[in-house]
Design a protein around this ligand. Structure first.
Ligand code: G3P
Length: 219
C-alpha cells in the first residue's frame, strides 16, 4: 500500500519524507488555508515547494467548479511538475473534466467521494485515483471502511485501474483496515503514520534490553 501524507505543511512533509516511507502528498483548499497559503502565486509556489521535497505524486485541488474553468486550472497545475495530480470534485463538471484529463495524459484524483456509485463513475471517467473519505463517513455514524470494501469489489470485478486512495484517515486502525481490504493508497496525517510505530511492548522491551546491556557492562 502506498503512503501519502494529507497536509500542506512543509515541515511535516519533510519529516514523513525523511522517514523513507512516503509515496506522495495530498492537499486540499482547507489544508492550504490552514498553512496560510493564499493568492494564486503563493499557492503555485507552495505546490512547487512540495514537489521539491517528495518523490511521488502531489495532489493539487482545483477551486473551479465549471467544466471550462476546471480544465484551465487543471492544465495550469499539471504544467507545474510531472508529479502534480489534478484533484477535481465528484460533481458533473468534475467528472467531465476528469474524462478530458485522462484522455490527455494528465493524472487525476476524484475527491469528495462518499458512495460506491460515485467511485464507479470516477473509474469510468478514467480517474488515476479515487478518494473515498472514510473519517467523514464515520463522523456521521456510517461505516467508512465498508465503502472501501465495496469499491475494491467493484473495481476488481471489472479490472478498473483507478487506484483507491483511502482519504480522511484519522488513525492507525483506519490504515491497518485499509491495508487488509486492499486499498491501493492511504492518505493521512503525520500523526497516523507515526502512530504505526507505537506499541507498549516495544517501549518496555527496548528499555529492558538497554538496562540489561548497561548492567552487564557494569554501568
Ligand atoms: O484531503 C481529503 C481528506 O483526506 C480530508 O480529510 O480529515 O478533512 O476529513 P479530513
Amino acid at each position: 500500500m502506498k503512503f501519502f501524507i494529507d497536509t500542506a505543511n512543509l515541515q511535516q512533509i519533510k519529516e514523513a519524507q525523511d522517514l523513507g516511507v512516503l509515496d506522495g502528498v495530498t492537499t486540499n483548499p482547507s489544508l492550504m488555508a490552514k498553512e496560510g497559503i493564499t493568492g494564486k502565486e503563493n499557492i503555485i509556489n507552495h505546490y512547487k515547494a512540495i514537489c521539491d521535497i517528495v518523490e511521488g505524486d502531489v495532489s493539487a485541488e482545483v477551486i473551479a467548479t465549471d467544466y471550462e474553468s476546471i480544465i484551465k486550472e487543471g492544465e495550469a497545475l499539471a504544467k507545474l511538475n510531472d508529479k502534480i495530480v489534478v484533484k477535481a470534485p465528484m460533481i458533473k463538471d468534475g467528472i467531465k473534466a476528469i474524462k478530458y484529463f485522462s484522455s490527455n495524459g494528465i493524472k487525476t484524483n476524484c475527491t469528495l467521494v462518499f458512495s460506491s456509485g460515485q467511485a464507479l463513475l470516477a473509474a469510468k471517467a478514467g480517474a488515476t485515483y479515487v478518494s473515498p473519505f472514510i473519517g467523514r463517513l464515520d463522523d456521521i455514524s456510517t461505516d467508512g471502511l465498508s465503502l472501501i470494501e465495496d469499491i475494491r469489489l467493484i473495481y476488481d470485478n471489472y479490472g478498473y485501474e483507478t487506484q483507491i486512495l483511502a482519504a480522511s484517515i484519522r488513525h492507525v486502525i483506519h490504515i491497518i483496515e485499509c491495508a487488509k481490504i486492499g486499498a491501493d493508497v492511504m492518505t493521512g496525517p503525520l500523526s497516523a503514520i507515526l502512530g504505526l510505530l507505537k506499541h507498549p511492548l516495544t517501549d518496555s522491551g527496548l528499555a529492558q534490553f538497554l538496562a540489561d546491556h548497561a548492567k552487564a557492562s557494569g554501568k
